[in-house]
Write a protein that binds this ligand. Structure first.
Ligand SMILES: *[C@@H]1O[C@H](CO)[C@@H](O)[C@H](O)[C@H]1NC(C)=O
Ligand SMILES: *[C@@H]1O[C@H](CO)[C@@H](O)[C@H](O)[C@H]1NC(C)=O
Ligand SMILES: *[C@@H]1O[C@H](CO)[C@@H](O)[C@H](O)[C@H]1NC(C)=O
Ligand SMILES: *[C@@H]1O[C@H](CO)[C@@H](O)[C@H](O)[C@H]1NC(C)=O
Ligand SMILES: *[C@@H]1O[C@H](CO)[C@@H](O)[C@H](O)[C@H]1NC(C)=O
Length: 363
């Protein structure tokens, strides 16, 4: 723990943009008065149902990922609230709103709600004596103004929505208690309410698709790594794979088009310099469709970095909203959960959104 704390401190000193959750409200270990204050801000109490009688190993891993993600979300919304409160350049005005007062009020409630989501996962892990209960890490965010922050919030929330649905599948398949499934379903709806609001501020339709895009634990866990500077625990001790990032180089549009992707394949066993590789594919998750696989072409290696093209089959599949791409070594997947075991790099997060022709925007 001493060395982990030291690494934590050094990480903070070296990277001035590294963000640590302020401990003013006692999160993640509030005393009873602090908890009541958080619950008051969140407009509701933690569940007082007894813990489930048992939780599978997969269920423990699901809650480790949920805690890891919710800690990140608390950090993100804390940083966003600070930036708006302090009138950081780029954060003075909200797209589509007259002022930032109501947005700030909403985000403070969201932050408290995310804290209660995190505390629920942490308490569940503690109850079952999990060997690792993720504490908050030190973070960095790519957003530099309110619009990019809302867009990022919308994307990570969409990934979380798809991942929580996959956690539900895992709980069911591992005979975990129905109470757990119901509690997580209440969080899925809650995060969906948030996302409708972010989408509307971004001039997107609040309801994204008839069936939201499925994700998987490994894709969500991999995506979260880009925001983590350092953690006071070994992130690899959470038993979920972390893939090398898949970059979507082309800006996707609402039409059939070729997308260029890149990934650094060092350490994957696929970093050889080849000019063609017929054995690799891009596999897309979108909605509740079975995974869609496209061959890759124009393969180039620059050292261990591979660049290649693949079709984005928009029209046939109506790929509005979030699509999640993975570089895979096989095709013909029957289920999203089969994809991670055959993934080389992921996720590539693709967003195509039908914008509202809204007038009178005050920005
Ligand atoms: C808050 O502002 C800092 C720069 O001042 C920026 O690095 C960070 O990404 C911003 N946070 C969010 C959530 O946008
Ligand atoms: C957790 O550990 C404590 C102390 O060893 C034990 O009393 C308790 O039964 C354990 N809980 C579970 C759910 O196994
Ligand atoms: C972190 O955990 C992984 C997997 O459990 C292990 O291989 C690695 O050596 C650990 N790293 C450190 C710094 O302890
Ligand atoms: C990869 O192979 C191609 C074709 O043989 C060659 O032109 C290129 O220089 C090689 N690149 C590297 C980084 O070795
Ligand atoms: C694909 O990659 C996985 C994980 O590295 C490996 O287990 C599997 O054998 C590979 N499949 C093929 C067809 O190469």
């Amino acid at each position: 723990m001493v060395s982990a704390t030291l690494i934590h401190t050094l990480g903070f000193l070296c990277l001035t943009s590294a963000f640590v959750i302020p401990s003013r409200d006692g999160f993640p270990d509030p005393n009873s008065q602090q908890l009541l204050d958080i619950e008051t801000k969140a407009d509701g109490l933690l569940s007082n149902e007894p813990p489930p009688p048992a939780l599978s190993d997969a269920g423990i891993a699901n809650f480790q990922l949920i805690a890891f993600n919710e800690n990140f979300e608390v950090a993100f919304f804390s940083s966003l609230i600070e930036n708006i409160t302090n009138n950081v350049p780029g954060y003075e005005r909200a797209p589509g709103l007259k002022d930032t007062d109501s947005l700030l009020e909403i985000l403070k409630t969201v932050k408290a709600q995310e804290e209660l989501h995190a505390i629920t996962a942490i308490q569940t892990l503690e109850h079952f004596n999990a060997t690792l209960v993720p504490e908050p890490c030190t973070y960095t965010f790519p957003s530099s103004d309110l619009e990019s922050a809302l867009s990022l919030a919308e994307t990570f929330t969409a990934v979380v929505l798809g991942t929580l649905a996959d956690a539900e599948k895992s709980f069911a398949e591992n005979n975990d208690a129905g109470d757990v499934i119901r509690a997580i379903a209440s969080v899925i709806g809650q995060e969906g309410e948030q996302n409708g609001f972010y989408r509307f501020l971004l001039d997107r339709k609040p309801s994204e698709r008839p069936f939201l895009t499925t994700s998987t634990g490994p894709f969500a866990f991999s995506a979260l790594q880009q925001f983590v500077v350092s953690c006071p625990f070994n992130v690899s001790d959470i038993p979920i794979p972390i893939f090398t990032p898949l970059n979507v180089v082309t800006t996707p549009e609402a039409r059939d088009m070729t997308l260029t992707f890149s990934a650094d394949l060092s350490g994957t066993g696929y970093a050889q310099n080849g000019t063609s590789n017929g054995d690799l594919f891009i596999t897309y998750l979108v909605g509740q469709q079975v995974p869609i696989t496209e061959p890759i072409s124009n393969v180039n290696y620059d050292g261990s970095v591979i660049t290649f093209d693949a079709l984005f089959p928009f029209s046939e599949n109506i790929m509005e909203g979030l699509s999640i791409a993975a570089l895979t070594n096989s095709s013909n997947f029957e289920d999203a959960d089969d994809v991670p075991a055959n993934t080389i790099a992921a996720p590539g997060l693709i967003q195509v959104n039908d914008l509202l022709a809204r007038r009178g925007r005050d920005q």
